[in-house]
Design a protein around this ligand. Structure first.
Ligand SMILES: Nc1ncnc2c1ncn2[C@@H]1O[C@H](COP(=O)(O)OP(=O)(O)O)[C@@H](O)[C@H]1O
Ligand SMILES: [Mg+2]
Length: 245
């Protein structure tokens, strides 16, 4: 049987406009953005500050809705979903990592890793259906080198360790899509390189599509594809044109 998988993410002529402070006029941040990302791929999104990278990632992650256009996740049109359905999609199918780790300060690494499983603790995850959440947490913490830190609180960790804990939390429910918004922005050069290398390895091992927003061309080049946001439009760039200013 031939099965044709839809792209994991597909944007068709997506526009996003925000209201200005006057409450009347609007500023268009994304203009007719179209994009297809195949399952299992790695994609970097680059562009100057304020160009709409976070806006774009939040739309792909069902954290926000477009002003117009269509956003599909594995063929399902998210713009048709009610808020409760979008919340389920975010919890089950998408993992997020941000510049700041957003770990709960009063919880240990272990507890933080399991927080996303709380809405439905016994639900099998999509990636490894037979793997219970605590088993998966143990395995992922071991994989990212945090086993010995599992009873630490975030304040007792280095910046790199906090981000690795955030990676485990993002992957705990076996998402199909991992969205990382400048996850290395607060890290030193070596920790940034290590984190992105880890994300690339997990992309393969956990079969999770990776979309990385970054300022660093160096890090962008670790992804198979790169696109640049500029003046509300998205342009695919190849390795050579990446190097040009
Ligand atoms: N909720 C919002 N309301 C109004 N304007 C916003 C909002 N979020 C972002 N913007 C504006 O949209 C533009 C793009 O922001 P953002 O997506 O955060 O860019 P980037 O992540 O590339 O730095 C900026 O000019 C920003 O001020
Ligand atoms: Mg941003």
């Amino acid at each position: 049987m031939i099965s044709i998988m839809p792209p994991i993410v597909e944007l068709q002529r997506v526009e996003k406009a925000y209201l200005n402070a006057d409450g009347v006029s609007r500023v268009s941040v994304l203009k007719e953005v179209s994009l297809q990302v195949e399952a299992g791929d790695t994609l970097a999104i680059i562009g100057p500050s304020g160009s709409g990278k976070s806006t774009l990632l939040n739309l792909m992650g069902a954290l926000d809705r477009p002003t117009s256009g269509i956003i599909r996740l594995e063929g399902k049109d998210l713009t048709q979903y009610a808020d409760a359905e979008l919340a389920r999609v975010r919890n089950r199918e998408i993992g997020f990592i941000f510049q700041l780790h957003h770990l709960l300060p009063q919880c240990t690494v272990w507890e933080n890793a399991l927080v996303p499983t709380l809405p439905c603790p016994r639900q099998a995850n999509a990636a490894q259906p037979g793997e219970p959440a605590p088993e998966r947490a143990r395995r992922l913490l071991e994989r990212v080198g945090l086993s010995s830190r599992r009873h630490y609180r975030p304040a007792q960790l280095s910046g790199g360790e906090r981000q690795r804990a955030a990676v485990v939390r993002a992957l705990i429910n076996g998402p199909r899509l991992l969205l990382a918004d400048e996850p290395t922005g607060a890290l030193d050069h070596a920790s940034a390189q290590n984190l992105v290398q880890l994300l690339v390895e997990l992309n393969r091992e956990e079969n999770v599509t990776l979309i990385l927003v970054t300022h660093s061309l160096d890090l962008a080049q670790k992804m198979r594809r790169t696109c640049r946001l500029s003046e509300g439009r998205l342009i695919m760039v190849d390795g050579l044109s990446l190097l040009q200013p």
